[in-house]
Design a protein around this ligand. Structure first.
Ligand SMILES: [Zn+2]
Length: 100
């Protein structure tokens, strides 16, 4: 593993630990679905924030996919908070993958 990949894996682990290894939208855990450490400020625009734990948020792969990636390029914390608030306001934080 390259040094960069190791550092990225360590970053992800720290983000997941801080978020109690749960999706910040639906609360899904690792044994239910693959979890991703999402970069709030995009890596392409803010490479200096790539390994900042405060710039990470745990998401399940479904919610990570759902995040409006069309915003990539001007992806900022403001955009992230707006997305999070929209979810909370409309009560959409249900487990959309639930198979029961
Ligand atoms: Zn989720």
């Amino acid at each position: 593993m390259s040094v960069n990949l190791k550092r990225r894996a360590y970053w992800k682990d720290q983000v997941l630990d801080r978020d109690e290894r749960k999706c910040q939208i639906c609360g899904a855990t690792e044994d239910q679905i693959h979890l991703v450490a999402h970069h709030i400020y995009s890596v392409s625009e803010y490479p200096e924030e790539a390994l900042n734990v405060d710039n990470g948020a745990t998401l399940c792969e479904l919610h990570h996919r759902e995040y409006p990636f069309s915003f990539t390029g001007d992806s900022t914390g403001e955009r992230w908070l707006l997305w999070l608030e929209t979810y909370q306001e409309h009560g959409l934080s249900r487990r959309i993958y639930d198979d029961n």
